[in-house]
Design a protein around this ligand. Structure first.
Ligand SMILES: C[S@@+](CC[C@H](N)C(=O)[O-])C[C@H]1O[C@@H](n2cnc3c(N)ncnc32)[C@H](O)[C@@H]1O
Length: 453
C-alpha cells in the first residue's frame, strides 16, 4: 500500500525542468570547442529533412515584473528596436554563411522579454529578413509571446498576415494583490479583448501562462483566476511552478520569502488549479501543460509525436534549433551552444561578424542515450531499454535509483522499461532526475527525495 501524502512531501526537492539533457548547469563547458559545434551544426543542417526551428529572443520589456526569471532588459526607449533587429538579422546571416546554404524553416518562435514591445512594423522587418533568404516548410508554424498590455490589434493583424497562427499571453494571476506585488498589472478585460480579436482574425491556438506559488497567492484568488481563464477557454494553458531564484534575479527580492506561499500551500494551489482545469475540459500534457482536446499538442501526444526542447513542449520535431539573440540556446542534437546574455556585448560581437556564443556542450554517446530516456519520460511518460543502444552503465545506475520511485508508486518498473503512474505524473522532474547522470556525477550528494521525511 502506498502512502501518497508521504511521497508528496518526500519528493519536494528542487529538480530541473528538463528542457534539455544535460541541463545547462551541467554542461561540460571546458571541453566545448566552437569549431566542433559549427561542424556538428553543418552536418545536422545538411541531414535535417524536416527543416529547422528558429527561436528569437527579444529581451526588452517596458517595466520589470519582479517575479520574472527570464533574461530581460527593462527600458522605455524604443530606439533600441532597430539596432537589435539589425543584429538578429546579421547573426542569422553569419549562421547561414557557416552552414553554407539557406536551410528550410519549419518553425519560428518569438520569445522574451516582451516581443510585443517591438512595433508591428519592426516585427515585420524581422520576420521578412529571417524568411527572405530561406524556403518555408509547407507546415511551418509561427508563434509569439505577447504581453496583454501592449499586444495591439495592429500587432495581431500584421503578424497573422506574416504567417503567425499561435499567440501566447502571459497572465500569471488575475488577483489584484498578486499583480501589485509582482508589478504586473493587467486586467481581465484586456485579455478578453485580445483573445477575442485574435480568434476573429484567425489565430488557431491561444495559450495563457499561469503561475502557482507567486507571492500573496491564495486559494481563493487563484480559484477566481482559473474561473476567469475557463470563461475565455484558451486552447492551451501553461501552469508553471514559480521558480524563486533571487540570487540570479534580484527583482525577486522586492518581496520577502514570508510573502511566498508555504510548500504545503503551493501544493494545494497546484492541486486545486489542476483539478479545476481538468474538470473545465482540459487534458494534462507532459508536465505543466493543459490543453483542449482540439489543440494540436493534444493530438501530438495521442500520436506519440510530442517533443520537448528549449522552447518547452512542441509537436514540431526538428533536430536543429537555432536560437538567435541574447541568451538564446541552439541545439543541433549532438551539441548545444548558448549566446552571451548582455545586449551590448551581443550586438558588438555580431557586428564583428562573429557568432556570439559564450558556452556550449558536446553530447557524448552516454548523454545521447540518457537524453532519449529523459525525453521519452517527459513526452510519453514511458521509456524502455530493450535495444543495446538504449542501455549503458549510466542507465543502469538510473534504473537502480528508479527502484526507490517504484517503491513509492511514482513509476512501474520492469526489467526492460519504466512507466510513470497517474500519481507519479506530478513528480515527472524527480523521475527524470533519477536518470540524470551528469547531475549525480557533479553533485553526488544530490537528493532524489528529501531524507528528512
Ligand atoms: C518571458 S515570459 C514571457 C511573457 C510575455 N512576454 C509577457 O510579458 O506577458 C515567459 C513565461 O515564463 C514564465 N516565468 C517567468 N518567470 C518565471 C518564474 N520565476 N517562475 C515560473 N515561471 C516563470 C511566465 O509564465 C512567463 O509568462
Amino acid at each position: 500500500m502506498i502512502n501518497n501524502n508521504f511521497a508528496t512531501d518526500k519528493y519536494r526537492v528542487a529538480a530541473p525542468r528538463y528542457t534539455s539533457y544535460p541541463t545547462v548547469p551541467f554542461w561540460d563547458v571546458q571541453s566545448f570547442d566552437r569549431s566542433e559545434w559549427i561542424n556538428k551544426l553543418i552536418t545536422a543542417s545538411e541531414n535535417s529533412k524536416e527543416g529547422l526551428s528558429l527561436y528569437i529572443h527579444l529581451p526588452y520589456c517596458e517595466s520589470l515584473c519582479t517575479y520574472c526569471g527570464c533574461n530581460t532588459r527593462i527600458t522605455k526607449n524604443h530606439g533600441v528596436e532597430i539596432p537589435y533587429i539589425t543584429a538578429l538579422l546579421k547573426e542569422w546571416e553569419i549562421y547561414r554563411s557557416h552552414i553554407g546554404f539557406s536551410p528550410v524553416i519549419k518553425e519560428i518562435h518569438l520569445g522574451g522579454g516582451t516581443p510585443t514591445f517591438f512595433s508591428p512594423r519592426n516585427l515585420e522587418l524581422l520576420i521578412n529578413g529571417l524568411v527572405a533568404p530561406s524556403d518555408l516548410h509547407d507546415d511551418a508554424v509561427f508563434s509569439i509571446e505577447g504581453h496583454p498590455n501592449n499586444t495591439t490589434e495592429e500587432h495581431l493583424a500584421l503578424l497573422y498576415k506574416l504567417g503567425f497562427r499561435r499567440l501566447s499571453l502571459g497572465i500569471q494571476d488575475f488577483d489584484r494583490k498578486v499583480q501589485i506585488i509582482i508589478n504586473r498589472i493587467q486586467t481581465y478585460k484586456s485579455v478578453e479583448v485580445i483573445t477575442k480579436k485574435a480568434r476573429e482574425i484567425g489565430y488557431q491556438s491561444i495559450n495563457y501562462d499561469l503561475i502557482y506559488g507567486l507571492p500573496l497567492q491564495s486559494l481563493n484568488g487563484l480559484n477566481k483566476t482559473i474561473q476567469s481563464v475557463l470563461k475565455l477557454k484558451p486552447d492551451r494553458i501553461a501552469f508553471y511552478s514559480y521558480a524563486h531564484v533571487p540570487w540570479i534575479k534580484p527583482g525577486q527580492r522586492k518581496y520577502s520569502e514570508d510573502e511566498l506561499p508555504s510548500a504545503e500551500m503551493k501544493k494545494c494551489l497546484y492541486d486545486m488549479g489542476r483539478s479545476m482545469l481538468i474538470v473545465g475540459g482540459y487534458s494534462e500534457i507532459g508536465m505543466d501543460h493543459f490543453v483542449l482536446r482540439t489543440d494540436s499538442l493534444y493530438i501530438a501526444e495521442l500520436n506519440g509525436r510530442l517533443h520537448r526542447n528549449f522552447m518547452g513542449y512542441t509537436e514540431q520535431f526538428s533536430s536543429v534549433l537555432v536560437g538567435l539573440g541574447v541568451s538564446s540556446i541552439s541545439d543541433c542534437w549532438t551539441a548545444f551552444a548558448q549566446n552571451v546574455k548582455d545586449v551590448e556585448e551581443y550586438i558588438s560581437i555580431v557586428n564583428k561578424g562573429e557568432l556570439p556564443i559564450t558556452k556550449g556542450h558536446i553530447l557524448n554517446d552516454s548523454d545521447l542515450i540518457i537524453r532519449k530516456h529523459i525525453l521519452n519520460l517527459m513526452c510519453k511518460g514511458y521509456t524502455s531499454w530493450r535495444k543495446v543502444d538504449e542501455m549503458d552503465e549510466k542507465v543502469e545506475e538510473g534504473i537502480e535509483r528508479m527502484k526507490w520511485l517504484a517503491h513509492d508508486g511514482l513509476v512501474m518498473l520492469s526489467e526492460y522499461d519504466v512507466r510513470v503512474t497517474e500519481y507519479g505524473k506530478r513528480f515527472l522532474r524527480n523521475i527524470c532526475m533519477a536518470f540524470d547522470a551528469r547531475l549525480w556525477a557533479n553533485v553526488p550528494n544530490n537528493q532524489l527525495f528529501s531524507l528528512a521525511d
